[in-house]
Ligand binder design. Structure first.
Ligand SMILES: CC(C)(COP(=O)(O)OP(=O)(O)OC[C@H]1O[C@@H](n2cnc3c(N)ncnc32)[C@H](O)[C@@H]1OP(=O)(O)O)[C@@H](O)C(=O)NCCC(=O)NCCS
Length: 136
């Protein structure tokens, strides 16, 4: 578990605000995700020193619609700034998409900002609809 912590929060911190997370709180959240491992599928890429340099998560949503369909949500995609431009983002997305298909998802969706549309298109996604958000 400590291995997972190496570089993980650093990576996520390059995506958004992570906050000041203690080791204990990190472990609790890690155990929660592990317990719900049928829904949460965090993937990481590590370097030669086992440091996490890219991360992304597939979340599985079980629906009633679409004949009890399963939808995949891709969340929190990030590649360490020192490792960008080496196809790691593309490789990560490909792996998460393949996992989604394996798990029976009829679609995989994600939200992104305008400047990332081309990146996701290169990973095989198409722009569809608009994103809405409510923050507390
Ligand atoms: C977006 C991000 C994940 C891309 O990771 P990466 O490993 O550098 O991307 P890749 O090297 O796999 O690029 C794959 C392709 O997308 C292109 N690409 C990557 N980022 C791009 C961007 N911002 N705009 C346009 N094209 C982009 C690359 O040129 C490459 O094209 P090619 O296949 O024709 O050579 C990375 O820049 C990042 O972590 N950014 C900060 C966090 C973030 O914004 N995450 C996305 C949240 S929605």
């Amino acid at each position: 578990m400590n291995i997972l912590r190496i570089g993980y929060l650093d990576c996520l911190g390059q995506l958004t605000v992570v906050g000041d997370i203690s080791k204990e709180d990190f472990s609790k959240r890690f155990e929660f995700i592990k317990y719900h491992s049928d829904s949460y599928h965090p993937y990481v890429i590590t370097d030669e020193a086992d440091k996490i340099v890219a991360a992304g998560t597939l979340l599985i949503e079980k629906k009633f619609i679409r004949n009890l369909g399963t939808c995949g949500h891709i969340e929190d995609i990030v590649v360490d700034f020192r490792q960008r431009g080496k196809n790691l983002g593309k490789i990560l997305l490909q792996a998460l998409k393949e996992l989604a298909i394996e798990l029976g998802c009829y679609k995989v969706i994600l939200d992104c900002e305008e400047g990332k549309v081309q990146f996701y298109e290169k990973c095989g996604f198409k722009e569809k609809g608009r994103q809405m958000a409510f923050y507390k």
